[in-house]
Design a protein around this ligand. Structure first.
Ligand code: FES
Length: 572
C-alpha cells in the first residue's frame, strides 16, 4: 500500500498534524490515525425526508463492522439526500447540486476510500458522479427495494400502480375511496420502489458498471443478505485502498457497454440514459446518446417486471437477480471490465442460474426480441430524443397525427380534461417547457395523463412528446428528453395545435410536417423562449446558466470531468 491520502492530514508531527489528529481522537484507538489504517467514509444518504433511504443508517452500521474488521477506520458522512416523492420542483434539479456538494466533501476531508449508500432515484447517480470526479476507491451499496405489497390479493407495484389506479379513477372504473385504501398497501417495508423504476434501474446500473459487490444489487432492503453485503463492502473498501484500485480503474468504456446491455435486458428506466451520460462525462469517457441505440437496441428483454411487465424486484432477486439476467446475454457483454473485486464482471456469470423463468425468461424466449432505448432524430429533435419501445404500444410506434400542444404542466392540468379540447385517440400530445432549463430541472412529466373523455372511451395510450423526463415507473408511447428543449430554442417551441407530427420508431425519426417558410415565419417563438424567465439567485440561477441538454446528461458544463483528489492548500 502506498502512502495514504489521509496521511497528508494526520502524518506530520507539526502543529497542523496535531490539530487534525487531536480532534479526531475522541476514544478511537491510538493507531487509528497512524497512517496505516485507511480512512473510509460512508457517504450516507439516509434522511427522514428520503423515506426510501431511511434504513441506510442500519446499513452503515454493517459497513462499519466490515471496515473495522479489515483494519480501516469507518467514518459516517451524511451527504445531501434527495427524496423523489417530496422534493420540489423536481429532484432532478438538485442531482447536480448533490453531486457537487458530495464531490467537494469527499475531496476536502481526509478520506482514502468511499462506501456509497444510495437508493432513491437520484442518490446513486449523484454519489457516482461525485466519486468519479474525485477519483478515489469507491464501492456502492444499493439500499435495495421494498418487499412486494398487495392490494385485494394482487401485487401492488410501488409507483407504477399509482399511475394505473389514478387513471382508473379518472376513467370511472375505480372509486376514490378504494383508490385511497390502496395507499397503505403500497409501501410494505423499508426500501425504495419495487418496480424496475429508476431506483432499481440505477442499482442495477451500479452493479453492471462494476461498482458494487457482484450480486448485491436488487437485494431487498429487508433481507438480511443486504447487511451481509454491506459488511463485505466495508471490508472491500479497505482492500480497494490497499490495492490502489480507484473508481476510474473499475469503470471504463466497456463498463458502459455492459450497463447499456443490462439496461435493455432488464427493461430499465429511461432516466438511466441521462445518469449514465453524466457519470461517463465525469470520468472523461466518451459516451453518446447513439451508443444506447447502437449497443442496446437489439438486446432482448428478459425481465418481466413492472412497469412494462408483471413482477416486482423481490421476484427478480428470487429468480436469480441481475447476474442471472446477464448470464443469458453474456455474448453481448464486454468481457474485459473488472468489478470492485478486481475480477471481471463476466467471471460472476458462470454460476448464475435462472430460478424462475416466468420472471427472467431464457434468451431463446425473450419477452421482446429487441428492447433497448431507441434514439430518434428529425427536425423536432436534431440532437435526439428517446423512446422506450418496450413500454410503448406496438400500434403507435409508427404514427402520424395532429398536435395538441401544452405550454407547461400548469397549462396541461388546466385543459387536459376540458370538454372543449379538440383531441382524438390519434392526436399527438405535446408538452413543452419541461427541459433542464425550462422547468427548470427536467421533471418526470412526459407521461402526461390522457384526456378523461378518451379514457372513458377505453383509450389507454397515445403518442406523447415532451422535453422532460418520465418516471421509471411509468409506461406508454412517450417520446422524451427532446433536445434541444423548447426553452433552449428547440423546434418544439414552435409547434402549434393541428400541426402534423410523424413518429417512426423503426426508422428512428420524429418529424414536424410544417414547411420551412412557415417555421421561419413562426420564429422567434412567442411562447417559451421569450417567456422563459431565468431564476435570479441561488442554485437555480447557477443551474439554468450552466446546465447542458439531456443528450449529454444534463450535468452542469463546469462539472463535467474530474479534478481528482488533490487539495493544494492547508486550512490553517
Ligand atoms: Fe424513492 Fe421511488 S420514490 S425510489
Amino acid at each position: 500500500m502506498e502512502g495514504l491520502r489521509s496521511s497528508e492530514w494526520y502524518g506530520s508531527e507539526d502543529r497542523n498534524g496535531y490539530l487534525h489528529r487531536a480532534w479526531m481522537r475522541r476514544g478511537v484507538p491510538s493507531n487509528a490515525l497512524s497512517g496505516e489504517r485507511p480512512q473510509i467514509a460512508i457517504a450516507n444518504t439516509a434522511s427522514d425526508l428520503t423515506p426510501c433511504n431511511l434504513h441506510l443508517d442500519e446499513v452503515a452500521e454493517s459497513v462499519k463492522h466490515g471496515v473495522y474488521e479489515a483494519g480501516g477506520i469507518p467514518l459516517n458522512l451524511p451527504v445531501v439526500s434527495l427524496g423523489e416523492t417530496l422534493v420540489r420542483p423536481t429532484a432532478m434539479l438538485w442531482r447536480n447540486m448533490a453531486a457537487m456538494a458530495m464531490e467537494e466533501m469527499f475531496r476536502a476531508n481526509p478520506i482514502d476510500g468511499l462506501v456509497l449508500l444510495g437508493g432513491c432515484d437520484k442518490t446513486i447517480p449523484a454519489l457516482l458522479m461525485a466519486a468519479a470526479s474525485v477519483g478515489i476507491p469507491a464501492v456502492v451499496v444499493p439500499g435495495g427495494p421494498m418487499l412486494n405489497g398487495t392490494f385485494r390479493g394482487r401485487p401492488l407495484g410501488c409507483g407504477t400502480d399509482v399511475w394505473r389506479l389514478s387513471e382508473e379513477v379518472r376513467a370511472g372504473n375505480l372509486s376514490q375511496e378504494s383508490f385511497l385504501r390502496s395507499e397503505s398497501s403500497m409501501i410494505r417495508s423499508k426500501g425504495h420502489c419495487n418496480t424496475m423504476g429508476t431506483a432499481s434501474t440505477m442499482a442495477v446500473m451500479a452493479e453492471a458498471l462494476g461498482t458494487t459487490l457482484p450480486g448485491l444489487a436488487g437485494t431487498p432492503a429487508a433481507d438480511a443478505r443486504l447487511l451481509e453485503g454491506a459488511h463485505e463492502s466495508g471490508r472491500l473498501a479497505v482492500e480497494l485502498v490497499q490495492e490502489g484500485r480507484t473508481i476510474g480503474d473499475v469503470v471504463t468504456a466497456g463498463s458502459f457497454t455492459n450497463a447499456i446491455v443490462a439496461l435493455a435486458a432488464v427493461g430499465g428506466s429511461t432516466n438511466a440514459v441521462v445518469h449514465l451520460l453524466a457519470i461517463a462525462g465525469r470520468l472523461g469517457i466518451e459516451l453518446s446518446l447513439d451508443d444506447f441505440d447502437r449497443v442496446g437496441a437489439a438486446v432482448p428483454l428478459l425481465v418481466n417486471l413492472q412497469p412494462a411487465g408483471e413482477f416486482l424486484m423481490e421476484d427478480l432477486f428470487r429468480a436469480g437477480g441481475l447476474l442471472a439476467v446477464l448470464a443469458q446475454v453474456r455474448d453481448l457483454l464486454d468481457p474485459t471490465p473488472i468489478t470492485v473485486t478486481g475480477r471481471p464482471l463476466v467471471d460472476y456469470l458462470t454460476d448464475a442460474p435462472v430460478w424462475d423463468e416466468t420472471v427472467i425468461t431464457p434468451r431463446d424466449r425473450p419477452l421482446l426480441p429487441d428492447a433497448g432505448i431507441a434514439v430518434l432524430r428529425g427536425n423536432l429533435a436534431p440532437h435526439g430524443a428517446i423512446v422506450k419501445p418496450a413500454a410503448a404500444s406496438p400500434h403507435l410506434l409508427r404514427h402520424r397525427g395532429p398536435a395538441v400542444v401544452f405550454d407547461s404542466v400548469e397549462d396541461l392540468h388546466a385543459r387536459i380534461d376540458s370538454p372543449d379540447l379538440e383531441v382524438t385517440a390519434g392526436s399527438v400530445l405535446v408538452l413543452r417547457g419541461c427541459g433542464p432549463m425550462g422547468y427548470p430541472g427536467m421533471p418526470e412529466v412526459a407521461n402526461l395523463p390522457l384526456p378523461q373523455r378518451l379514457l372513458q372511451e377505453g383509450v389507454r395510450d397515445m403518442v406523447r412528446i415532451c422535453d422532460g423526463r418520465m418516471s421509471g415507473t411509468a409506461y406508454g408511447t412517450v417520446v422524451l428528453h427532446v433536445a434541444p428543449e423548447a426553452a433552449a430554442g428547440g423546434l418544439l417551441a414552435l409547434v402549434q395545435d393541428g400541426d402534423i407530427i410523424e413518429l417512426d420508431v423503426a426508422n428512428r425519426t420524429l418529424h414536424l410536417h410544417v414547411p420551412e417558410e412557415e417555421i421561419a415565419r413562426r420564429r422567434p417563438p412567442q411562447t417559451l423562449v421569450d417567456g422563459f424567465a431565468a431564476p435570479r439567485r441561488g442554485w437555480e440561477r447557477l443551474y439554468v446558466d450552466h446546465v447542458q441538454q439531456a443528450d449529454t446528461g444534463a450535468d452542469l458544463d463546469f462539472l463535467v470531468g474530474a479534478t481528482g483528489p488533490g487539495v493544494a492548500r492547508e486550512s490553517h
